[in-house]
Design a protein around this ligand. Structure first.
Ligand SMILES: Nc1ncnc2c1ncn2[C@@H]1O[C@H](COP(=O)(O)OP(=O)(O)OP(=O)(O)O)[C@@H](O)[C@H]1O
Ligand SMILES: [Mg+2]
Length: 582
């Protein structure tokens, strides 16, 4: 548990936690002593010895005041620890996620990760703010009472200690019964959450295809199941809690009976008996609270476990002696790769070799699913290759540190993603310290200037979550401006113009031509003008580079590219130029 906390929170955070723990223990011991002091106070009062009673009462008042002060200190420490833990945990989680390979973020992981980040961190924080104190107090206070009891009446102390194992076993049983139902409820809750999320996200598809009923049914079923599970849990948990409470009461009654028997036998005075009765009732209260605090604690433990799993996942290995690329050449040699999530299928890339000379433009074409996007992901090292190598400027991408590699490559993704914020924020992600001139330059090249002039808020237009407030073509142009502003030596565009109208597309094609010679350009495109403008064209098929050469070279071969070209020309209503078939 200790090592888990260190991994999740870092060793530095242990110090405030330890301080908080010590303050709680001090408070609990003082509280236990205050309970125990009731015995001499009451027995003096019943003896009619007001002087002695006054003295004990004075001590009781002093201990109670000290306990009050200790309570204040521990509450304050608990609160500050909780606040600092929240910040720290988000920070560490973010930093850790940033170092994991992009491949880790599969769809199957995003749901649990979202739940962990939104709810889980808060739950762990609760541990310090609310949970730990009652737990520590309900164990330490009775123990203190027990120690004091040894001095008051060793027989009762021995009887109390003897009930310890019984209480412990009853606690274990009730806690495990509660936690078993908790796990089932957790899982059902997660499923219902996912269904609601999916239901909301799929609304356009559901409406367009008139499948509202069936999808609603799925959600209803899950909610109904959740309701049943919730009821069953309530029944079971109440039973377990009740059983534990009854055990505690039973123990208290037995101890009281023993004390009464001793009193009748004359070895315990009436005053002591009353005081002991008060003490036992006080003793039972915090112990009874254990089962609630324990259940909540286990939920936190589970969250810590899930967080720990992230912290235990090794990040992409970083080189001991990082290399720097000599230039902007990109070379793939005999690259083999398959996605770890789909081990059943064959490799996506099976011996891909390609050389992209520095400051040239290469177009990558091939059927859908042939692995074009995958090639770009391997160049940016979102995944590591299974075989062969990817080199930039002679250095294997695995031998560069993450920052160096990130500085080499700028990308426009096939699925454009914009961050919540303004258009300017989104373009500046490429290079936060860019001057206004550089920003304007990138905007002009990517035709974002036209968007900014047209929208009333200009650069300050909010793009909405994921960029939903803009059209597909606008999003594409903004993400292109972002990549251009970065001025990385290697620029990769994955279908970056697919959503553009012909006017904007022509303008971007001009931009690309202007860029050639300034950076190494890898362009994935279905559109002809972009492909034709490339220095070299690679045709990906069957996990390999099936054809490569200039547009003219490839048209001369009667292969995939020529078919691709003829299909495209037909679709776009363009004529093959004379000599194209030569
Ligand atoms: N994250 C992933 N996990 C598992 N398999 C994937 C993943 N991404 C892609 N694939 C699979 O790898 C293969 C190649 O996909 P890729 O996206 O590279 O194709 P593409 O050539 O870019 O296709 P398109 O022209 O449609 O964009 C496909 O069969 C696809 O199903
Ligand atoms: Mg693709």
């Amino acid at each position: 548990m200790h090592s888990r906390l260190v991994r999740v929170l870092g060793s530095e955070q242990l110090r405030p936690i330890r301080k908080h723990l010590i303050a709680m223990i001090v408070y609990a011991v003082l509280q236990g002593v205050a309970f125990a002091l009731l015995v001499p106070v009451l027995s003096a009062l019943l003896d009619g010895d007001t002087g002695r009673a006054g003295a004990w009462l004075g001590l009781l008042a002093a201990v109670t005041a000290a306990a009050g002060a200790a309570y204040y200190v521990q509450a304050l420490l608990g609160f500050t620890t909780a606040v600092s833990t929240t910040g720290l945990l988000y920070h560490r989680l973010g930093e850790r996620l940033g170092r994991l390979g992009v491949g880790w973020f599969s769809r199957a992981r995003l749901g649990p990760l979202t739940r962990l980040a939104t709810g889980g961190v808060g739950e762990v924080t609760q541990l310090f703010a609310h949970l730990l104190a009652p737990l520590v107090i309900s164990v330490v206070s009775p123990l203190t009472v027990l120690v004091v009891m040894v001095f008051l009446d060793w027989r009762l102390a021995a009887a109390m200690a003897a009930t310890g194992p019984l209480l412990f076993l009853a606690y274990r049983w009730s806690a495990s019964a509660i936690s078993r139902t908790d796990a089932v409820v957790d899982a059902s809750m997660a499923r219902a959450n996912d269904r609601i999320f999916e239901f909301a996200r799929a609304q356009p598809v559901i409406r367009a295809f008139g499948r509202g009923d069936t999808r609603n049914d799925l959600l209803d079923q899950e909610l109904e199941r959740q309701h049943d599970i919730g009821l069953a849990r309530l029944r079971r948990a109440s039973l377990a809690r009740g059983a534990f409470g009854a055990t505690v009461q039973l123990v208290v009654t037995a101890l009281l009976a023993l004390a009464t028997a001793l009193a009748i036998g004359g070895s315990v005075g009436a005053a002591e008996l009353i005081a002991l009765a008060v003490l036992l009732v006080r003793f039972s209260e915090p112990v009874g609270a254990l089962s609630d605090a324990g259940g909540a604690l286990r939920a936190v433990w589970n969250r810590l476990d899930q967080l720990d799993e992230i912290f235990r996942t090794p990040p992409l290995p970083e080189p001991d002696e990082p290399l720097r690329p000599a230039d902007a050449t990109v070379e793939l040699s005999d690259v083999r790769f398959r996605y770890p999530d789909s081990p059943g299928t064959g490799p996506v890339l099976d011996g891909v070799g390609a050389l992209l000379p520095a400051n040239t433009m290469t177009a990558l074409v091939g059927p859908s699913g042939s692995g074009k996007t995958t090639v770009t992901r391997l160049i940016a090292r979102f995944w590591d290759v299974d075989g062969g190598s990817v080199r930039i400027g002679g250095a294997d991408v695995r031998d560069m540190d993450a920052t160096t590699l990130a500085a080499q490559v700028a990308m426009v993704f096939q699925d454009v993603y914009l961050f919540e914020g303004t258009i300017e924020d989104n373009v500046r992600v490429g290079r936060p310290d860019a001057t206004p001139e550089e920003l304007a330059d990138a905007a002009r090249l990517a035709r974002v200037d036209e968007i900014v002039e047209r929208l009333p808020d200009g650069w300050n237009t909010a793009v909405g979550e994921g960029g939903t407030a803009l059209s597909g073509g606008e999003r594409q142009r903004i993400s292109l401006a972002r990549a251009l502003l970065k001025r990385a030596p290697v620029l990769i565009l994955d279908e970056a113009t697919s959503a553009l109208d012909p006017v904007n597309e022509m303008a971007i094609s001009d931009t690309l031509r202007a860029l050639a010679g300034r950076c190494t350009l890898l362009v994935i495109a279905h559109r002809l003008p972009t492909v034709v403008a490339a220095d070299r064209i690679l045709v990906l098929d069957g996990g390999k580079v099936a054809e490569s050469g200039t547009h003219e070279d490839l048209l001369a071969e009667d292969g995939i590219y020529r078919h691709f070209w003829e299909e495209r020309s037909r679709v776009q209503g363009w004529r093959l130029r004379s000599g194209a078939g030569a």
